[in-house]
Design a protein around this ligand. Structure first.
Ligand code: DAH
Length: 321
């Protein structure tokens, strides 16, 4: 019986069974010899042999059950669930810092009664250039600046294209903003091939440059959450006259350009069948990344698009879903 104690798997147990109970076992040999005995002896011996056989069989059954139980326990332990372990923390996502800025810009202008509009990113040259009074030989039309699809379609280089779509579709007076992506062939620490703008457009009977200035000055104080020095520098855009760029002063005294603006050129109004003697319009185009870089002191625009979680986590909690 010492032998059965050492057995620790079913195959060895089966071998053990055939050794002691099988056809070639000693027990089987004695059973076969019973026939040679006298009837009274035969009964006695057969009782004895059967009791031996039963003892061995019981031992085997007992061992088999034990081995099966062990196997079950081992499997159970493998899938053991420790309910006392602390749970895995599910990280919550956050809005991208540029989305947060765009939402803030929208909130400011919506509060002043501006409606939000969107336009297509694949744009016809008519809306992107021609209707905006941009002549054929203007540098922005060159292969170096613009992503062209074919002779009539580009990836829009500015959200100003949506100004025309709005002027064509809606009746005056208009107060509109257009947030969206724009595309240019540029790549360095202040330029990426895709970036964001928020276009603004006001059309009314008595709109002047001073309205535009007032709105933009208030906008910048609100968005940066502090009083900053602002200047308007005269500039040139084919679709505005007069045109200006708004600069703000950073903490080192350096002037940084953050948006272009102006009074909408009478030619643009004429293309859209708006009487420029009765109606005046002003417009502006805000560079979203510029604002974000200033607000969060980010030195390289490319950080915004690299999906580096260490960078993005710095803006967590600025706005929740
Ligand atoms: N579209 C111009 C750009 O991408 C920005 C701009 C300037 C928009 C003057 C305007 C505007 O609406 O009036 O550089």
């Amino acid at each position: 019986m010492y032998e059965i104690k050492k057995i620790d798997d079913i195959t060895s147990l089966n071998n053990f069974k055939s050794k002691y109970l099988g056809k070639n076992s000693v027990l089987c040999f004695y059973f076969s010899k019973l026939i040679t005995l006298e009837i009274s002896e035969r009964i006695q011996c057969s009782v004895f042999l059967n009791s031996c056989k039963k003892k061995i069989q019981d031992k085997i059954n007992y061992k088999k059950k034990k081995l099966q139980d062990n196997q079950l326990n081992q499997q159970k332990n493998k899938h053991f669930l420790d309910c006392t372990l602390p749970g895995r923390k599910i990280e919550k996502g956050n809005l991208h810092p540029l989305t947060v800025i765009i939402n803030e810009i929208k909130k400011f202008f919506n509060y002043l009664g501006f409606k939000t509009f969107y336009g297509p990113e694949i744009e016809s040259t008519y809306y992107n250039f021609d209707a905006l009074n941009i002549p054929n030989d203007h540098p922005t039309k060159s292969m170096n600046d613009t992503f062209w699809f074919d002779i009539n379609h580009v990836l829009r280089t500015q959200t100003s294209s949506v100004q025309i779509r709005i002027l064509e579709k809606y009746s005056v007076p208009i107060r509109a903003i257009v947030p969206g992506k724009v595309y240019r062939r540029d790549y360095d620490h202040t330029h990426t091939p895709m970036f964001h703008q928020v276009e603004g457009l006001i059309v009314d009977t008595s709109i002047s440059f001073s309205h535009l200035k007032w709105i933009l000055e208030n906008f910048i104080v609100k968005i940066l959450n502090k009083n900053v020095k602002v200047r308007f520098r005269s500039s040139y855009f084919p679709f505005t006259c007069p045109s200006a760029e708004m600069d703000i002063q950073d903490k080192h005294g350096k002037w940084l350009e953050i948006l272009g603006c102006g009074m909408v050129h009478p030619n643009v109004l004429k293309y859209c069948n708006i009487d420029s003697n009765t109606y005046l319009a002003c417009a502006f185009g805000i560079g979203v990344e510029r604002i974000a870089m200033l607000k969060y002191a980010v030195s390289d625009i490319r950080y915004f698009f690299e999906n580096d979680i260490r960078f993005l986590k710095q803006f967590y909690n600025s706005e929740k879903y």
